[in-house]
Design a protein around this ligand. Structure first.
Ligand code: HEC
Ligand code: HEC
Length: 199
């Protein structure tokens, strides 16, 4: 009797270890991704995924997996993506795309000296090049970029320009930008989130 019970408990234990029910996108995200991607810290250079176009998240994860994009910031994304199945990727992409970018707190200091000038200059370049033509509507697979962290935007635009992030369209776009243009564009695009009605 005792050994039957012991045996049953053992089987239950092993089932939990090996046949844990598959996790939802939210569970995977909270366990494996949120520590980096949902930090409320202001000065991080890790991109925010909340509110991102679902198809872009799927595309980006598959690119990391296939070595078509290198994580040039922390170098961790290939190993994170490698362990995700297609179902996991779809579930995570669905989850993050339905969350609100405003739920990640950023203290954008609009009173900082030079902010208004940088914002205006950034807006003028954005209008001239018409970044929104692609980034406002997933045209050519361009991600939503407003409200993205300033440090990530800046690093990324420099990486496109220098070829560390290899993407021909963005290499062409950034080849016409000075360091100051990149600084101003990053200020403006990050602050575009303020034009949203964040609660
Ligand atoms: C150790 C920190 C860290 C962890 C953990 C992490 N990421 Fe990342 N992730 C990054 C960094 C840094 C980048 C930016 C890399 C670059 O642009 O070169 C990134 C980029 C991405 C991108 C592309 C975003 C964009 O705007 O282009 C996606 C999608 C992504 N991660 C999904 C995930 C998922 C899903 C998980 C969990 C399974 C995860 N990440 C875990 C640090 C992390
Ligand atoms: C002709 C279309 C097009 C135009 C115009 C364009 N982009 Fe892009 N951009 C893309 C595409 C497509 C990607 C996705 C690259 C990838 O899949 O890795 C991208 C990626 C980016 C990223 C990386 C975002 C992330 O989350 O990883 C940034 C930042 C960016 N573009 C900024 C800009 C800025 C600023 C401008 C204007 C000065 C601009 N883009 C103009 C198509 C465009």
């Amino acid at each position: 009797m005792k050994s039957t019970l012991g045996c049953m408990l053992f089987i239950l234990f092993m089932r939990n270890v090996f046949a844990a029910p598959s996790m939802t996108g939210e569970q995977i995200f909270k366990r494996q991704c949120a520590s980096c991607h949902s930090q409320n810290a202001n000065d991080t250079n890790i991109p925010i995924l909340f509110g991102q176009e679902q198809r872009y998240i799927v595309k980006a994860l598959n690119k990391f997996k296939a070595d078509e994009r290198t994580d040039h910031i922390l170098g961790s994304m290939k190993s994170m993506a490698m362990h995700l199945s297609d179902d996991d990727i779809n579930a995570i992409a669905k989850y993050v795309s339905t969350k609100d970018i405003c739920s990640v707190k950023q203290n954008i200091d609009t009173k900082k000296e030079g902010f208004i000038e940088a914002f205006r200059a950034g807006r003028a370049i954005e209008k001239k090049i018409n970044c929104q033509h692609c980034h406002g509507s997933f045209h050519r697979g361009a991600p939503r970029f407003y409200g993205q962290r300033k440090r990530f935007l800046k690093l990324t635009l420099h990486a496109f320009q220098g070829g560390r992030r290899d993407f021909p369209i963005m290499k062409r776009v950034t080849s016409q930008l000075s360091n100051e243009d990149i600084e101003n564009l990053s200020t403006y695009i990050n602050a575009m989130v303020l034009m949203r009605d964040c609660k």
